[in-house]
Design a protein around this ligand. Structure first.
Ligand code: TRP
Length: 444
């Protein structure tokens, strides 16, 4: 059997743990912070449709390929790629996908943790009712003050990295598995609570219209690209997160069903987040297109004037922090699994990489250039490149028969459709994103 379990290699205790862990990796700041504000900036409905289209056409096919590589390789992304390249008779250089992935995860965490830290500050302030009865300008200015306050950001960034390291350090089943089993149900419950709150207190119909009434005249070439890039980021594709989580998946779990469930949940949660946020924004007479500050400036203003605002505002930022935590552990796990394979203990690997991320985070706090460069390099270059290479490797190198053996629950019609999209459609789509992001970055 190609997917036999090596001795002592971890495996999720339950198939639901795999689903929750991967959904936890996928659902993060991307869904709750980024998706609503980029949907707001790009005019709503038509953008949302474009994003859904990209999830289905690019995201799902590539995600299946990445999970497959992990489960077949039964190792961290570097060694999974090495073994699969050997099996396929391809060059060892394909392991570059794994190495770049390990690096990308660390680099993303170097700024992700800072944003997650902001959410902790907002938990703290909301719980103290700091925003209640304040006027809009004062609250909005609070976000600017935080951005200037390095000490405060450093505190929360340190708290967040420590929490991430503690969970990951405890191991795959005891740490990550247990954490997602507890965190994800809380996340779902909080989200539904907030959806209900927005339904009761917000301009719900106006929020729905904004998100779902498609006006294609608002869709520019640039927003199509943003939608495609975000499909990647939100599904955690292209850097070994879903590969390493797939390596802990039991051999009899269906890859295609698992991926459809995870991608479906991720999308649903992004849409619910939008449906919880926009009605509150409209009810406060605020604009949806205010950019990255939407979550941290606009929402506290919305909550400040509403019934139960301190309570629900706190709940909202706890939700953001939980979503970020279940993602941050997935950013660092590929690197830890790799160092373990090279002979390090889990503890040493965790401490080493966490300190690295902590130092990088300090650089992001003190320098906007570092923050923006890390974001740009990872999201616009490394992830699309990783995804492209994964699609090409599985589509063209691994071989139809080997792939068919691993993805054996699909009907042959669906399997062939997937394989064709892996060979042609997904690589072409990614090349388009890649080409445009390089072009715009060079200023053409
Ligand atoms: N998907 C997460 C979010 O939406 C972030 C994330 C976790 C990620 N792991 C990743 C992004 C791997 C890219 C690659 O917030």
């Amino acid at each position: 059997m190609s997917t036999q379990q090596p001795v002592n290699y971890p495996v999720w205790t339950h198939r639901w743990t795999y689903i929750l862990a991967t959904t936890g990796a996928a659902v993060g700041l991307g869904n709750i912070w980024k998706f609503p504000y980029i949907a707001g900036e790009n005019g709503g409905g038509a953008f949302v449709l474009m994003y859904l289209f990209c999830i289905m056409m690019l995201g799902v096919p590539i995600m299946m390929a990445e999970v497959l590589l992990g489960r077949k390789g039964r190792a961290n992304p570097v060694h999974s790629m090495l073994s699969q390249a050997r099996v396929a008779g391809a060059s060892k250089l394909w392991a570059f996908i794994g190495l770049m992935g390990v690096a990308a995860g660390i680099m993303i965490l170097m700024y992700y943790s800072v944003v997650a830290g902001w959410s902790l500050e907002y938990v703290f302030q909301s719980a103290r009712s700091s925003y209640i009865g304040q006027d809009a300008q004062t609250i909005a200015a609070g976000f600017g003050d935080l951005a200037q306050n390095s000490g405060r950001q450093l505190l929360w960034h340190t708290v967040f990295i420590t929490a991430t390291a503690t969970i990951v350090g405890l191991g795959v089943t005891r740490g990550i598995g247990n954490a997602v089993n507890i965190l994800m149900p809380i996340l779902f419950a909080l989200l539904l609570l907030l959806l209900w709150y927005a339904f009761k207190n917000g301009e719900f119909q106006q929020g729905l219209d904004f998100m779902f009434a498609a006006d294609f005249s608002k869709l520019t070439g640039q927003s199509v690209l943003v939608a495609m890039g975000h499909a990647f980021f939100t599904l955690s594709l292209g850097m070994g997160t879903v590969m390493v989580y797939g390596s802990y998946m039991s051999a009899d779990q269906s890859i295609s069903s698992a991926v459809v469930v995870v991608a479906g949940l991720d999308t649903l949660i992004a849409l619910i987040a939008g449906m919880a946020i926009f009605p509150l924004v409209f009810a406060s007479g605020l604009a949806p297109g205010s950019g990255p500050g939407l979550l941290f400036e606009t929402l506290p203003i919305a909550f400040s004037g509403m019934w139960g605002g301190a309570f629900f505002g706190t709940g909202f930022f706890v939700l953001v922090a939980i979503a970020a935590l279940s993602s941050s552990i997935s950013l660092i796990e590929p690197g830890i699994a790799w160092l373990e394979k090279l002979g390090s203990s889990r503890l040493m690997a965790t401490v080493g990489l966490s300190v690295l991320c902590w130092l990088g985070g300090i650089a992001s706090i003190y320098s906007n250039t570092v923050f923006d460069t890390l974001d740009f390099l990872t999201a616009n270059i490394m992830l699309p490149l990783g995804g492209l290479l994964i699609a090409l490797f599985v589509g063209w190198k691994l071989g139809y028969t080997r792939v068919r053996k691993e993805v054996n629950t699909l009907s042959s019609g669906l399997f062939n459709l997937w394989f064709i999209s892996l060979r042609f459609i997904a690589p072409a789509g990614v090349l388009v994103i890649f080409y445009h992001s390089v072009k715009t970055s060079l200023g053409y």
